[in-house]
Ligand binder design. Sequence first.
Ligand code: ADP
Ligand code: MG
Length: 366
Amino acid sequence: MKIVLQNLTKSFPSRNKKDEEVIAVNNFDFTIPDGQLIGLLGPSGCGKSTTLYMISGLQKPTSGKIFFGDDDVTELSTEKRGIGLVFQNYALYPHMTVKQNILFPLQNLKGADKLTKEQMLERAYQAAKLVQLEDFMERKPSELSGGQQQRVAIARALVKMPRVLLLDEPLSNLDARLRLQTREEIRRIQRETKITTVFVTHDQEEAMSISDMIVVMKLGVVQQIGKPQEVYDSPANLFVAKFLGTPPINVFAGKVKGGRLFIGADDVMAVKDVPDQEVYVGVRPEGFILSENGPFKCGLVNVEVMGRDVSIVASNDACQGASIRAIIDADNKVSPDQETVRFAFKPHKVFLFKKDTEERIFCEVK
Ligand code: ADP
Ligand code: MG
């Protein structure tokens, strides 16, 4: 089921000042292709949940429209949209067994949708099988791990065979290992069922790892939409560049002068067709090349061995963060006793941004 979000906007009256409103989602315009898993990504408060609630019908847009396929569902109630919803807190009924929890949504179906007891059970077992919980049907939620409880919640969302699956930070309550496992599980289930899915998270790694496409939001406004790798490799602005990637991108104050890029006083690269101006320079941690005669001089702070790679922590006055972090192959030997270290850059890992708007300056660097 393709989902069309057309100029979707949601504003809330302010909680403190009477006249000012909060625009939680601002003019969201996007078509989610059928059968894809979309990661809605951004820091807390950027409007992810509000977007999801509007798709689900739990919240009405202030303006704009939502279509499922060709159907305008903007005015349709949540129950009639054919969606499955999963939240951060699994919200299972504690006194019911897994089976009863999964059956629950089927028991209130009316009219033509009404199922016989056998049909309901068959559906419940199908859903349980999908999340690999068929052996746990008689347990109570309290007898399950957090990851298993969340899988019950997913089975309960799937049992009505929804047209659209909506997940709001479904992994946030799980510990690191279960989070990893459950996210792979969600990806597998989504691939098997081919249900169009919107997955909300503030965790960039989570979104990047399971999404067909990610939508990066900031303060209610969509910043960039694309395949995870494409967005990482070509961020539209400094915010997106900083939000994606661990360790995060290194940001420097720089300038373009006469076709050369300077970071601080160091003339580091050639740039093509960019007028002279001050810029921010973003360099991905993997974009540094350790080089004795490299143009970029830094103080060496620390060398962290990570096995396959080495993480070099360095300092430079132009650096906008606390320190520079460069990830290089462990074959490169750096002595922690060195006082300075010099780098060259991989051109495709270096991005320029306008000083005022922080928009990307698309250009060729060498
Ligand atoms: P996210 O899920 O990305 O953390 P939300 O969609 O929950 O963000 O919230 C987006 C913005 O809208 C926030 O500034 C939040 O405070 C505001 N907001 C959300 N729900 C309400 C509400 N019911 N009333 C007033 N403001 C709200
Ligand atoms: Mg939220």
